[in-house]
Design a protein. Structure first.
Length: 255
């Protein structure tokens, strides 16, 4: 792992948006398909752009300008309009995903603060908020204090990303010390499992906050690998996560 954290991403990339908006790929309501809260009903806010280019990414339309017209795929949405959408659509759990959401950490923190204010004005319980991240960008103090669950998915060699880009020691250590962080690894082989466990041990992540999930882009691939990956999870004494959105809907957008 590179001992140095990445630069402030949104200040170095030309696609930064204003502090009063978020660059959005899509919004929808569905069932959480992966990780520690698998099966929970939730509103999904998928943000645009990513600082990695994983070979198995199932949402390339949110960042890959070589294959998609991002001027058509991504929309800058005002924080107020997104708050209105959550208040109308959310069942009480909001999952912020991507892309890589922490690229936009400043407007994201403002959005969540505005959402909390509106919920309080209406006498409603605070939204449960999850953030799905690749673990390369340290969470800000504001987000550390606000996010109920970080779903951290460090990218192993099977992602095709160079280790220096994918595994950032300082950022991963920041997540590892947070009790609300769960580490989810995409696994296709015994080598992947060993690589994941080496990282878990180096970071000191409790095994109860580690999940193995099959590398799968289709129901067929999921069925081919789920038994093997679940057995590896059991042998390592970590949790197993299926990919419920593939089982229920076959994958795709807005599910």
């Amino acid at each position: 792992m590179d001992p140095n954290g990445p630069p402030e991403v949104e200040e170095t990339l030309a696609y930064a948006v204003s502090a009063r908006g978020l660059l959005v790929s899509e919004t929808f309501v569905s069932i959480q398909g992966e990780g520690a809260s698998l099966g929970a009903p939730a509103a999904f806010l998928r943000l645009g752009r990513c600082n990695l280019k994983c070979s198995f990414c199932d949402t390339p339309y949110s960042w890959d300008e070589s294959r998609f017209d991002l001027s058509e795929e991504l929309t800058e949405r005002s924080l107020e309009s997104l708050v209105d959408w959550v208040l109308e659509a959310s069942p009480g759990r909001l999952i912020v995903t991507g892309g890589e959401p922490l690229i936009q950490h400043r407007p994201l923190a403002l959005f969540l603060s505005a959402l909390d204010e509106r919920r309080a004005e209406r006498g409603e319980a605070r939204e449960i908020v999850e953030v799905e991240t690749n673990g390369t960008i340290e969470p800000s103090a504001e987000l550390e204090a606000r996010i109920d669950q970080f779903n951290v998915s460090p990218k192993l060699a099977n992602s095709g990303e160079p280790r220096a880009r994918a595994l950032r020691a300082r950022a991963l250590q920041s997540f590892a010390r947070l009790s609300q962080s769960f580490f989810k690894f995409v696994i296709a082989s015994a080598e992947d499992a060993e690589e994941a466990m080496e990282l878990v041990q180096r970071l000191g992540v409790p095994l109860g906050r580690v999940l193995f999930m099959p590398l799968a882009g289709s129901v067929i691939e999921l069925r081919e690998r789920q038994a093997l990956v679940s057995e590896m999870a059991l042998s390592k004494r970590v949790r197993y996560s299926s990919r419920l959105h593939l089982e229920l809907y076959g994958g795709g957008r807005g599910v």
